[in-house]
Ligand binder design. Sequence first.
Ligand code: SF4
Length: 98
Amino acid sequence: MQQEAPGGEALEVWIDQDLCTGDGICAQYAPEVFELDIDGLAYVKGADDELLQAPGAVTPVPLPLLTDVVDSAKECPGECIHVRRVVDQVEVYGPGAE
Ligand code: SF4
């Protein structure tokens, strides 16, 4: 089931691995959502905690973790964490946000 942000909007997050520096900040902020793979790059995790190893894989943002995910996007040195609305795919946090 999709979690919803306070505005009633379900959000999802993906990482552009081409820009990931592998510093692991996201995995420190939100280890439930982000994890470094053995290739040294960060990937998102699925709902049952499995690592989604496909580049650019998307996962829902659980509401209790929204702040941690947003902070990760803000602090990400590679500027490669993208948080977008599910309904219209508009990026709301990350390098492509308004
Ligand atoms: S914070 Fe950004 S650059 Fe750093 S590991 Fe996570 S996705 Fe990669």
